[in-house]
Design a protein around this ligand. Structure first.
Ligand code: AP5
Ligand code: MG
Length: 216
């Protein structure tokens, strides 16, 4: 399966993409994670991306598409779940053309729908394990007691100003992709509220339907 996991910041894309990747043997490609790894390694790409990410602005399309092209080539365009990509019309157009050239069309776009007040609550108390990449929430999905506190990161873009900028970027640049994907792929909306397992169950049901329709 070739999937896009779509939704606003904090919708649970990373959380559910990890579960999908494990459960369905898909490669998980998160542009946010790739940028953060480049920032940590202090590569030129990371230094460039850091200026945008800190403030909650989108990294330019050419940079982002270049990174995704490289990773898709590496994995051979097989089974993947894209998380946080594409997020602009030019990115989506590039991806659809690129996949068509490789004869590897998308199976579906799964859109997680979560109200804005939940998003702010989710992002402000998120923590990430810097060693394993596991995503936690201090109230809704607390880290196990044996994970030391100094391993838990508060992301540089999870402060109130950057969260508002990210939401603004989402409404302006990313939300218009809904219409694009409804016309160009199979677009499935999933209620992203409720327990993590419930959301996972809903995605599983939707994928079973996609499979039944021959969309694998
Ligand atoms: P990115 O890392 O993709 O951030 P994002 O889209 O803002 O999304 P998040 O990672 O914040 O949220 P998520 O949906 O993954 O939710 P999560 O599972 O963590 O991008 C960061 C930045 O990189 C961008 O702002 C931009 O600068 C740049 N960038 C990345 N891709 C780009 C692109 N394509 N083009 C240009 N620039 C790009 O969950 C959030 C919290 O909620 C966690 O604490 C989690 O435990 C909790 N949670 C999850 N599910 C539930 C649930 N069901 N109930 C309660 N809590 C839950
Ligand atoms: Mg994420």
């Amino acid at each position: 399966m070739r999937l896009v996991l779509f939704g606003p910041p904090g919708a649970g894309k990373g959380t559910q993409a990890k579960r999908l990747a494990e459960g369905h043997s898909l490669v998980h490609l998160s542009t946010g994670d790739l940028f953060r790894a480049a920032i940590k390694a202090q590569t030129p790409l990371g230094q460039d991306a850091d200026r945008y990410i800190r403030d909650g602005r989108l990294v330019p399309d050419e940079v982002t598409n270049g990174l995704v092209a490289e990773k898709l080539d590496e994995i051979g365009h097989t089974d993947f779940v894209l998380d946080g990509y594409p997020r602009t019309i030019p990115q989506a157009e590039w991806l659809m053309n690129h996949l068509a050239e490789q004869d590897a069309p998308l199976s579906a776009v799964i859109s997680l729908v979560v109200p804005e007040e939940d998003i702010v609550r989710r992002l402000s108390r998120r923590r990430t394990d810097k060693e394993t990449g596991a995503i936690y929430h201090l109230d809704f999905n607390p880290p196990p007691e044996d994970v030391p506190a100094d391993r838990l990161l508060h992301r540089s873009d999870d402060h109130p100003e950057a969260i508002q900028t990210r939401l603004g970027e989402y409404h302006r640049e990313t939300q218009p992709l809904e219409t694009f994907f409804r016309e160009r792929s199979r677009f499935v909306e999933i209620d992203g509220t409720g327990a993590l397992d419930e959301v996972q169950g809903r995605i599983g049901e939707a994928l079973a339907e996609v499979r039944g329709l021959g969309g694998v």
